[in-house]
Design a protein around this ligand. Structure first.
Ligand code: ANZ
Ligand code: ZN
Length: 810
């Protein structure tokens, strides 16, 4: 009887599908468990091993939890709007909907080939009008609650995709998707006010079981900083308001910098003696992204232009100081203006050195002629600072804030790095934004009863050269009537960004066919929140943050029952190519799951991808290790022909079985899949050594079933367990262990003589000193090293070690 995975696997997949084995209902006597993985973008390349790792992991967890007695929702769907499909459609003259449909068919086949226990009745597709109706509905609610607005702003423009990117999508100055340079461009954009939720997005992390690095990355991205806004007077009479985290250093502010985009630059144009130079600098700055202006420029020489004709007055000492424009000050943060304290800020110091500006030390401790003295703590002592002299920085900050408040020159201020979310794309393959422009009435929301607003058919999906959506050419669709005055009006031709559909998809799984609501309240109450969400670290500051924002908004308007969408978040490491390099087409080291399954079977693929290494760390593919996993499954299979009678665990294996159950159970919950599998491998070795009863083997099959479900079901059936226990292995209760049986009756102990390891002995558990010493003295090596010696001291570490301290006999 050979292990014929190619026959076994399709057989069970078909059975699971026909019997809807993994279908779940929205009610049950059992406790609920909602396990979620990030749904794929159905690209033409199909499923890759990077998908298989998290999907297999959560499938193992979901399968175990079903056996633990939970009503498990483990759904799958497709995040199918997006640029790659659109670009493929343009190139090959195929409608993106067709491309999407074909890609989804391929993905579905691959996911089924891997034996995932998804509820296939709940599959969703974000490009389905029945789905995006509700994405549009949420947008309208955001708009109605003042959280969506349109504004002209400098945006990140990908020169190749011809589309606007969110800050999150610009990585090291290039487009995250295609790698082309990103420039700044003024565009009118729909924006979502995620910033309104900044504080809550930080605070509510506290109650969540997210791995620490996710929490930290979200907090850093939101970037809360506490400081003060301080008003300086310009010689024009205008107020220049700056944001500073260090109001204590105000006496050291020897010049000011405003961003090149600051409104004063234009406002003061007539007074500027060097206007041409200023305008050149402004134009150059506009071409750079924030990233180029800050991170990339950190070690480069600072640039800037002094505004000739306007100066500012430092409010604490009345001194007139120059004002510069420089691109190291961003218009998008704080007030777009700073007071520069070169003695204690690295950027200001470099700038002051370049332009020969005074550097005034106000906190003691460094050598500010050599470098900026930036504090690690706030215990430094203030100098050259009038009424602050002698105070520590810690004392000086509130003292200065108080003084500023009394003078009417400043107040405490909290700023966030987080920016509002750019929510338009000038592309075809996305959800149409359901808004109408009327020259008389302005922006008007489409009436909700007209949703979904369907994406029109267009002749060409190419973006126009002026960066408008191809939909803008569909005049039949664009021209409409104003919902407010009934006059002629135009539809918004921008579509939503890729992140729209994924910002609420986990809600749709709860009730995927509902056409009255995004999901029924009963379904939402029953399944919320997602109990465990595993996904990639790369989504921490995008999808994960966006969806938390939408969910909080939906909570505020009474649509969902919980403040947070996900109770637990874990994350997996990447799978690298053989040898540890990133998998890529150009390196030719991409592993296709189809090939692995064809050669070794899905169960080997699943087992291997769980065995590959620590789940949260990157791991390199190894064909040899795949073969090792196949050999293990062969061994399990072959063992089935050598079973001894006995439905219970055999005495010889009892402790090993109970230990394995304990370890595998806790390892799966802790996502230590590799050590769980290692424990099963060790157990199989024991079985080969000690002999294996049907009872021993049954326990093994149940524990192996989440990892290698097809093979286990086949063996379960062949050995008659399906009949005797009733149902498939995946429908059985997870095996229980008896704590007392996990404890060995005997232990191995090290015997040291004078601190040196000389022997190991086996003694009954918890043996006392006299028994241990007596047993040790039977060992020939111990006898040899103690010959002619007297034991004058014994150090015993129970169940571990005994150390005999000896000296020569007198
Ligand atoms: C004076 C000062 C003295 C500063 C000092 C720092 C150290 P975080 O912590 O990131 O919030 N800043 C304010 N707005 C800026 C902008 N739009 N572009 C560039 N830099 C800006 O940083 C706040 C500090 O960054 C502020 O505090 C300001 O410099 C600068 F010893 O003010 B500080
Ligand atoms: Zn109107």
């Amino acid at each position: 009887m050979k292990y014929d995975f190619a026959a076994i696997e399709p057989k069970w997949q078909k059975k699971w599908m026909e019997e809807k084995t993994f279908h779940c209902e929205n009610h049950s006597d059992k406790p609920k468990f909602y396990a979620l993985v990030e749904f794929p973008y159905p690209s033409g390349q199909g499923l890759h091993v990077g998908h298989a790792r998290p999907y297999t992991a959560m499938d193992v967890v979901a399968r175990k939890r079903r056996m633990d007695g939970y009503n498990v929702l483990f759904p799958m769907g497709y995040d199918a709007f997006g640029l790659p499909t659109e670009n493929y459609a343009i190139k090959n003259h195929i409608h993106p909907a067709k491309v999407t449909h074909d890609n989804i068919a391929n993905f579905t086949k691959q996911l089924q080939m891997l034996g995932y226990s998804f509820d296939w009745d709940r599959v969703i597709n974000t490009t389905d009008p029945g789905y995006y109706k509700w994405t549009q509905w949420i947008f309208l609610q955001l708009y109605k609650h003042g959280l969506a607005y349109k504004t002209t702003m400098p945006v990140n423009w990908c020169t190749s995709c011809k589309c606007v990117l969110a800050n999150e999508e610009v990585v090291e100055g290039v487009c995250e998707r295609c790698g082309s340079p990103v420039i700044r461009k003024e565009k009118s954009q729909w924006m979502l006010k995620i910033t309104e939720y900044a504080q809550r997005l930080i605070d509510d992390l506290d109650g969540l079981d997210f791995i620490e690095r996710v929490k930290t990355q979200q907090k850093n991205w939101i970037g809360r900083s506490t400081g003060a806004e301080v008003t300086f007077k310009a010689t024009t009479g205008d107020d220049i308001v700056v944001f500073t985290t260090r109001p204590d250093t105000l006496f050291g502010a020897t010049y000011m910098v405003i961003s090149p985009e600051h409104a004063y630059v234009k406002q003061w144009a007539d007074r500027l003696a060097n206007l041409a130079e200023v305008e050149d600098y402004v134009a150059a700055a506009a071409r750079k992204s924030d990233f180029e202006r800050t991170e990339l420029a950190a070690d480069k020489e600072k640039t800037g232009v002094m505004l000739q004709g306007v100066r500012a007055v430092n409010p604490v000492n009345g001194k007139e100081i120059p004002i510069f424009i420089s691109d190291y000050v961003l218009s998008s943060y704080g007030t777009g203006a700073i007071m520069a304290v070169p003695a204690h800020d690295t950027r200001d110091w470099a700038f002051a050195k370049k332009f020969g500006l005074p550097i005034v030390e106000v906190v003691q401790g460094g050598n500010v002629e050599e470098e900026a003295f930036t504090l690690k703590d706030d215990t430094g002592i203030m100098v050259n600072s009038g009424f602050l002299n002698g105070l520590t920085v810690k004392q000086a900050i509130p003292a200065m804030k108080k003084w500023l408040a009394e003078q009417g020159l400043g107040h405490e201020k909290i700023n966030y790095k987080l920016r509002d979310w750019v929510f338009s794309r000038q592309r075809y393959w996305g959800e149409p934004i359901p808004m109408i422009w009327c020259d008389k009435c302005g922006w008007q929301p489409l009436s909700e009863d007209q949703l979904p607003l369907l994406l029109p058919e267009v002749d060409s999906y190419e973006p126009t050269d002026d960066g408008e959506s191809p939909i803008s050419k569909m005049t039949d669709w664009v021209n409409t009537t104003c919902p407010c005055c009934g006059g002629p009006a135009r539809r918004e031709t921008d579509t939503m960004p890729q992140w729209a559909g994924s910002s609420w998809y986990f809600l749709r799984y709860m009730d995927p066919h509902n056409d009255k609501a995004l999901a029924s309240r009963e379904a939402l109450d029953y399944w919320s929140p997602v109990d465990w969400y595993n996904g990639g670290m790369e989504h921490t500051t995008l999808h994960l943050l966006y969806s938390r924002f939408w969910h909080k908004f939906l909570y505020d308007i009474g649509v969902v029952p919980t403040k947070e969408p996900y109770q637990k978040r874990t994350s997996h490491g990447m799978i690298l190519g053989e040898g540890g390099e990133k998998m890529s087409k150009s390196r030719g080291n991409v592993i296709n799951p189809n090939d692995v399954v064809a050669q070794y079977g899905a169960d080997t693929m699943r087992l291997y991808i769980m065995f590959i290494g620590d789940f949260e760390k990157a791991a390199a593919w190894s064909d040899n290790a795949v073969k090792g996993c196949k050999r293990f499954l062969d061994r399990v299979w072959n063992l089935s022909g050598q079973l001894t009678e006995g439905e219970a665990c055999s005495p010889a294996n009892e402790s090993a079985v109970h230990k394995a159950i304990k370890k595998v159970s806790s390892d799966i919950e802790a996502m230590k899949f590799n050590t769980a599998i290692a424990a099963l491998m060790a157990l199989v070795n024991d079985f080969y050594t000690n002999g294996c009863s049907r009872g021993d083997y049954e326990a093994l099959l149940l524990m192996l079933s989440p990892f290698a479900p097809h093979m286990v079901e086949e063996l379960w059936e062949r050995l008659g367990f399906a009949g005797s226990k009733g149902g498939m292995a995946c429908q059985q209760a997870w095996p229980a262990y008896d704590e007392s049986k996990t404890i060995d009756a005997e232990v191995q102990m090290a015997v040291q003589i004078g601190g040196k390891l000389r022997a190991t002995i086996t003694v009954p558990l918890d043996s006392e000193q006299t028994e241990v010493v007596a047993e040790a003295m039977k060992d020939p090596k111990v006898q040899k090293f103690t010959e002619g010696m007297e034991i004058f001291k014994v150090i015993l570490v129970k169940n571990k070690l005994v150390n005999l301290i000896v000296k020569p006999k007198k």
